[in-house]
Design a protein around this ligand. Structure first.
Ligand SMILES: [Zn+2]
Ligand SMILES: [Zn+2]
Length: 290
């Protein structure tokens, strides 16, 4: 039997330029990818060189990759939930620049962590997030934002979907907001993605609060920590507390197996190739048992 194809990829390195990404994606067994639009530990970013963009776009075509499934991950310093004006302004400006880099590379989705209110309270944090999104959506009109679920620590917003609903409600262009569900963050935040009941509860919550059609991507990561630990440490597929059996149950759900799966597991291309192979094997066993 021919296995229906899953859409899968990993977080890819961009050192030396974006042009390396499509080829290396195919080499590790992927058909999509995630990248940083710039060095994620810096406040600065520059538009990619013309030659790099041309090479990148040519290879996307050459390897027959679908840009609809590509995503960028925002830098680590950005915090649009901050109630400190200087941090919030710098964050909003850098987010806008990241969106412009995405647009240049024909990437339609930029994934962000909603941010931390740093003690100012969830209500103020959510207001700041919506205010920033309203600004960047006016300045850049093609790239959509994906909000990623996080764990409950350090004033984080986005460890449940009630937060996400409030962000959407305060946003002037809600149609440009989608969601990424990260399995490691979800499990660490208390969503038991290894059990059918836990998965059903999660899907019900997403659908009730924001609408299931807004779930666009999965960050498929195993976790080093226990259920509800509120930590955030990724592990390679099958080596953590979700485990092969847990991923079998998770991916048996067609809601998850029909959207792009992006690995952010430890290691580089070599480890990601192994993780992609494991996920394909898991998926194969699910499909052949149907
Ligand atoms: Zn993630
Ligand atoms: Zn994480």
């Amino acid at each position: 039997m021919i296995m229906p194809e899953i859409i899968i990829g990993a977080h890819m390195p961009i050192g030396g330029g974006f042009s390396r990404v499509p080829k290396e994606t195919v080499e590790i067994g992927g058909n999509t990818f995630q990248i940083f639009p710039h060095n994620p530990r810096q406040w600065t970013a520059k538009m990619p060189a013309e030659e790099d963009v041309v090479h990148f776009l040519r290879d996307v075509k050459r390897y027959q990759l679908n840009p609809e499934y590509f995503m960028c991950h925002s830098g680590y310093l950005i915090n649009i939930a901050s109630t400190k004006d200087d941090v919030w302004e710098k964050s909003t400006e850098l987010l806008e620049l990241e969106m412009k880099i995405c647009a240049k590379l024909d990437i339609r989705h930029l994934n962000i962590h909603p941010g931390s209110h740093l003690g100012a309270g969830e209500k103020s944090g959510i207001e700041r997030i919506a205010k920033a999104l309203n600004i960047v959506f006016k300045r850049e009109k093609t790239v959509n934002i994906l909000l990623e679920n996080v764990v409950k620590k350090g004033g984080n917003i986005g460890y449940n979907y009630a937060h996400m609903r409030k962000i959407i409600e305060a946003c002037e262009q809600p149609d440009r907001i989608g969601f990424t569900f990260d399995t490691c963050h979800g499990y660490d935040a208390g969503y038991d993605v290894t059990k059918p009941e836990g998965i059903q509860q999660l899907l019900d919550e997403i659908d009730r609060e924001v609408g299931i059609e807004r779930l666009k991507f999965i960050h498929l990561n195993d976790t080093k920590n226990s259920l509800g630990s509120q930590k955030d440490r990724h592990e390679n597929i099958g080596n953590g507390n979700i485990g092969i059996e847990g991923f079998k149950i998770f991916l048996s759900n067609r809601t998850f197996s029909s959207i792009p799966l992006i690995l952010e597991t430890p290691g580089g291309n070599l480890e990601h190739a192994q993780d992609i192979a494991k996920v394909k094997e898991i998926y194969q066993s699910i499909v052949s048992n149907r």
